[in-house]
Design a protein. Structure first.
Length: 273
């Protein structure tokens, strides 16, 4: 009697192939992880190529600085290097509007005044510088119509001059540093500094002018495009089936086989001489 059967290994292989195919199909339809958006999908040879939009989360800043003459609050393109800086601000605003990958969170305009003079006047001056530049930008670019724009004024402390003093060639720099780093009111510090004419003249011409400024700070994030390639899953070839013949032999008989035909002949032992 002949019996046909599949081996256990063959059955397991078929089962595993089907499972892998089901898993690959699930991957093929994936739409990306959290914070990602599928933009496009195409086939290139044996690969699926997907392009994802990845939302930016890392805060970024772009700062621009406009300088002012002493006691001035109006923007002047002719003063210092303001012409190039104002042009750079305009270029960045145009880039923000063209580039859909940039997401502006807010724009901060901070006006600064140097510490010399009265505190109340310096505070008004610093605020006026910020407000004037915001008006200037709104007039040319309508900035506040599209973005959240804040304006504030800050009076720089005398300690803001410390790094300049340390890097200077002043003979009495240690004395000047002690004065500007003290806890005295700004007016007292100024009076003490004026007692050192050489140092005071240097501060007025080389250090204080750089503190009279307004900073325009763009706070934003930037998205990016990520392209990924994934091998297309293909059906696995079915394993070959192994056929095994099983022959049942009587235990009480002698056998002989005609090898030419592969036939088993069973004979009674009493008939054999």
């Amino acid at each position: 009697m002949k019996t046909l059967f599949y081996s256990l290994i063959s059955v397991c292989a078929l089962s595993l192939a089907a499972t892998a195919q089901a898993q690959n199909t699930g991957m093929y339809s994936s739409q990306g992880a959290y914070g990602e958006r599928l933009l496009s999908e195409r086939t290139e040879g044996d690969y699926i190529v997907r392009r994802y939009l990845i939302k930016g989360t890392q805060p970024r800043q772009a700062d621009f600085t406009v300088q002012y003459a002493v006691s001035k609050a109006q923007v002047s393109g002719q003063f210092d290097e303001n012409s190039a800086e104002l042009r750079a601000i305009g270029d960045f605003i145009e880039r923000m509007r063209r580039d859909s990958m940039i997401d502006v969170r807010n724009i901060a305009i901070i006006g600064y005044s140097s510490p010399d003079g009265t505190a109340a006047y310096n505070q008004r001056l610093a605020r006026s510088r910020a407000e004037d530049l915001r008006t200037w930008l709104n007039t040319r670019y309508g900035l506040s119509n599209s973005y959240s724009v804040s304006a504030e004024g800050v009076v720089e402390p005398w300690s803001a001059c410390a790094d300049n003093v340390r890097g200077s060639s002043l003979q009495n720099k240690s004395t000047i540093l002690d004065i500007i780093d003290s806890a005295d009111p700004a007016s007292t510090v100024e009076r003490r500094l004026k007692a050192h004419p050489t140092a005071w003249s240097w501060l007025r011409t080389e250090v204080l002018p750089s503190l009279r400024r307004t900073v325009v700070r763009f706070n934003y994030t930037e998205d990016r495009i990520d392209e990924r390639r994934e091998l297309i899953p293909r059906p696995q070839p079915e394993p070959e089936v192994e056929i095994i013949e099983t022959v049942t032999r009587p235990c009480c008989c002698e056998e002989s086989m005609d090898e030419s035909f592969g036939v088993i002949v069973v004979m009674d032992a009493a008939l054999i001489d």
